[in-house]
Design a protein around this ligand. Structure first.
Ligand SMILES: Nc1nc2c(ncn2[C@@H]2O[C@H](COP(=O)(O)OP(=O)(O)OP(=O)(O)O)[C@@H](O)[C@H]2O)c(=O)[nH]1
Ligand SMILES: [Mg+2]
Length: 211
């Protein structure tokens, strides 16, 4: 059994990624992706999600409606082997003590960590989140989310960004197993939406079923 923790700054898309993964299982889309298998949802818990009052949006970038207070959780099972895995997504607003407690708890119990970054803001701001996380394995995965928002020559930009993220973690003696580039939302007006939605499910399957 693998326990995955999705960690990252506020509103990078951790909860969206988790919800999208559940959709892939519930609609059988999980069997059609690269490395796809038949799987079932055992349990979901999104009760730690709180509505953000109007006029007090946490994220003016995307008019976000909810934020995570207590960690979200999804348990799913590989149908063939019967193996179950859990994915946890705590909130990113570490300025709130209760949210920070969730981050620390998940960073301790997760056997695999996915550090999630968003392309809607500078990386430096997002690195600060990780300076606070003390319990880190020496090898992690990185997810670069909101690829639909990256402008210009995507390939060239991604090369720069992955280098910067590697440098940040390598300095802390943390190595990166693999980078995944994703879209955690079913956005319109983006040609690659299906491919990069798929990457979300492919990422989670790859990490759970390869171990
Ligand atoms: N354009 C775009 N928006 C996205 C993508 N993934 C998530 N979002 C949006 O980003 C916002 C924040 O998403 P959440 O999933 O709540 O982010 P989070 O990291 O769970 O936030 P906290 O738990 O509060 O830290 C929402 O408005 C999502 O619809 C993406 O790939 N592209
Ligand atoms: Mg969340």
């Amino acid at each position: 059994m693998v326990n995955i923790g999705l960690l990252g700054d506020i509103s990078v898309g951790k909860t969206s990624i988790l919800r999208l993964f559940v959709r892939y299982i519930n609609r059988g889309e999980i069997e059609k992706i690269e490395g796809g298998i038949s799987a079932s949802v055992v349990k979901t818990d999104f009760s730690g999600e709180a509505t953000v009052p109007r006029g007090n949006k946490v994220d003016t970038l995307n008019e976000k409606e909810t934020k995570t207070i207590h960690p979200n959780r999804v348990v799913f099972r590989e149908d063939a082997s019967g193996k179950a895995h859990t994915i946890f997504a705590p909130g990113g607003d570490r300025s709130r003590a209760v949210v920070k407690m969730g981050i620390i708890t998940i960073s301790r119990i997760a056997t695999q960590i996915i550090a999630v970054f968003s392309l809607d803001r500078e990386l430096d701001r997002q690195f600060e989140f990780f300076n606070d996380v003390r319990f880190f394995p020496d090898k992690i995965y990185v997810c670069i989310n909101k690829i639909d928002l990256l402008e210009g020559d995507k390939e060239k930009e991604l090369e720069k960004l992955t280098k910067k993220i590697s440098d940040f973690f390598n300095k802390r003696k943390i190595n990166i197993n693999e980078f995944f580039v994703t879209c955690g939302e079913t956005v319109d007006n983006f040609d690659g939406v299906e491919e990069y939605n798929n990457h979300v499910a492919e990422m989670i399957l790859k990490i759970t079923t390869s171990l």
